[in-house]
Design a protein around this ligand. Sequence first.
Ligand SMILES: [Fe+2]
Ligand SMILES: [Fe+2]
Length: 181
Amino acid sequence: MHKAIFSDVELSDDNETGAQFMALVEDLLENELVKQLGDFGQHVNTSRLQHSINVAYYTFLICRKLNWRVEEATRAALLHDLFHYNWEENKEEGWHPAVHPVKALENAQTICEITPLMADGIVKHMWPLTIKLPKYKESWAITMMDKYCATLEVMESVVMNIRYSKSLRYAIYLMAYLHFN
Ligand SMILES: [Fe+2]
Ligand SMILES: [Fe+2]
């Protein structure tokens, strides 16, 4: 059972939003190339699969709300980081922010139909690190949700570290005590 970061909605047929989301991406989540993203880390403690689900879910919510092309946007968001290597070990291929969106698009094209909107959303999701502007409003949603989710993922790991680090927690208590007394 999947859930997006900081969301209580189960991505399943048990609820309306979950069912709508799954209807758009269920075939992709069952694909081996997508499943393999679970073997790679993305931001601190988040797997690349979880990051992809996070970006897809929040892109879905925004595009559904705004009546944009939600199916293409959600599917592109799920596939935007479809590459299978650790970027630190693959530097000879070139600059990671420029290389991995192209790799993700190549891989995505092997598993499902990719429309021009989807291709644009995948290949430009690293804007502004890559210079070409996203062409479609849905591509903008993907690149913004990528950054939003990356921020949430890093924040979550900081919160977890605080929760599991006694000394850090006591240091915060002490600072708060000294501050308010
Ligand atoms: Fe990326
Ligand atoms: Fe990403």
